[in-house]
Design a protein around this ligand. Structure first.
Ligand code: SMG
Ligand code: MG
Length: 368
């Protein structure tokens, strides 16, 4: 298959509510969408880098630079047969995983369509619905947070993740537990703590959390390995796992008991699958993280989450949790059993509404 043309769009989409983490607040989601044309087919990919370098060093602007100057030119006009070929073309660029993942996703999409197969099937998925939860940001008051959780529970989400930061942690968890003793609950610190906070994490043990996500440095594995043996609660690594090699290091050091796999953070679906396969072999449960994706990135997330090792609920919520109007039809909805159905149509299996893409674009450029 020959890549004939690639279009890049930088979008700004208003979120239904601001999303606050230990590193900042987002009210508008910035992302890049890749539209790829090959053999009469159109594939889509989403770049999850944010406007600001808070979660990762990549931003929508750095991804634009890397895609337009290096990654897109490396595949334009090329014959590619399998998705791994595109990864090979990218080896001369170090890092910039979110930029790489966006273009790779569009290639998987067209290649799955060319075989008239869903992306989930091409990846080796084994489920037709995936278990999901909802990630709840930091709120101005505890009251507001508890009300928000109550509404998500009423909508049918059966697993809640709350963001924590120093000063918004133990008491928050205590109050949630007091109200919902059996709720499947986990926390995400986004690297807001240090090893000196070990007593806080020990104190959290009594609340039987499913996991504590990325408590320490965003690029650390070693210090997490020093903390994990002191805790009953599993540590889950997010920010510091960028490759299967990192996952291997975390496994070897026993730095965590769970890994959050994000397609963008690890450079694409192929690497996400490699991390999955490694963890599956070692009986380490994984789950699919979220980056407030539109329906395009969400379709890829749901597909990868259908692999057998994704045994914990993902941060994959319904379209309406993020956007008043998603970019795709039909929008993703929550089933009664707190799952999302895996699209069965060819490729990503969603219809991208290009007029909505155009309406939200701050910048667009065509290559080839
Ligand atoms: O997509 O529902 C979602 C958000 C999930 O909490 C979420 N993601 O560290 O896991 C994480 C955060 C990063 C969000 S930065 C935009
Ligand atoms: Mg996280």
């Amino acid at each position: 298959m020959k890549i004939e043309r690639v279009e890049l769009d930088h979008l700004s989409l208003p979120l239904v509510a601001p999303f606050e983490t230990s590193f900042g607040v987002e009210t508008n989601r910035h992302c890049l969408i890749v539209v790829l044309r090959a053999d009469g087919l159109t594939g889509y990919g989403e770049c999850v880098a944010s406007r600001e370098p808070g979660y990762s060093y990549e931003t929508a602007s750095t991804a634009w630079h890397i895609l337009s100057e290096f990654l897109i030119p490396s595949v334009l006009g090329r014959e590619l047969t399998v998705p791994a070929d595109v990864v090979t073309r990218f080896t001369s660029v170090r890092g910039h995983n979110m930029a790489k993942a966006a273009l790779e996703m569009a290639v998987w999409d067209v290649m799955a369509q060319a075989q008239n197969m869903s992306l989930a099937r091409l990846l080796g998925g084994v489920r037709d619905r995936v278990s999901v939860g909802v990630s709840v940001g930091i709120h101005p008051t505890l009251r507001a947070l508890l009300d928000r959780i109550e509404r998500y529970l009423a909508e049918g989400y059966q697993r809640i993740k709350v963001k924590i930061k120093p000063g918004w942690d133990l008491e928050v968890v205590r109050q949630i537990r007091a109200r919902w003793p059996h709720l499947r609950l986990q926390v995400d610190a986004n690297s807001a703590y240090t090893l000196a906070d070990q007593p806080l994490f020990e104190a959290l043990d009594e609340f039987k959390l499913l996991m504590i996500e990325q408590p320490l440095g965003y690029d650390d594995i070693y210090e997490h390995s020093l903390l994990q043996p002191h805790l009953d609660t599993p540590i889950c690594l997010d920010e510091s796992i960028h490759s299967a090699a990192h996952a291997r290091a975390a496994l070897g050091l026993k730095a965590c008991r769970v890994i959050n796999i994000k397609v963008g953070r690890v450079g694409g679906l192929l690497e996400a699958k490699r991390i999955h396969d490694l963890c599956y072999k070692h009986n380490l449960p994984v789950w699919c993280g979220g980056m407030l994706e539109t329906g395009i990135g969400r379709a890829a997330n749901v597909a990868i989450a259908s692999l057998p090792g994704f045994t914990l609920p993902g941060d994959l919520s319904a379209s309406a949790r993020y956007y008043a109007q998603d970019l795709v039809e039909p929008p993703f909805t929550l089933n009664e059993d707190s799952t999302i159905s895996v699209p069965t149509g060819p490729g990503l299996g969603v219809q991208v509404m290009e007029n909505r893409l155009k309406a939200a674009a701050l910048r667009r450029e065509t290559f080839g």
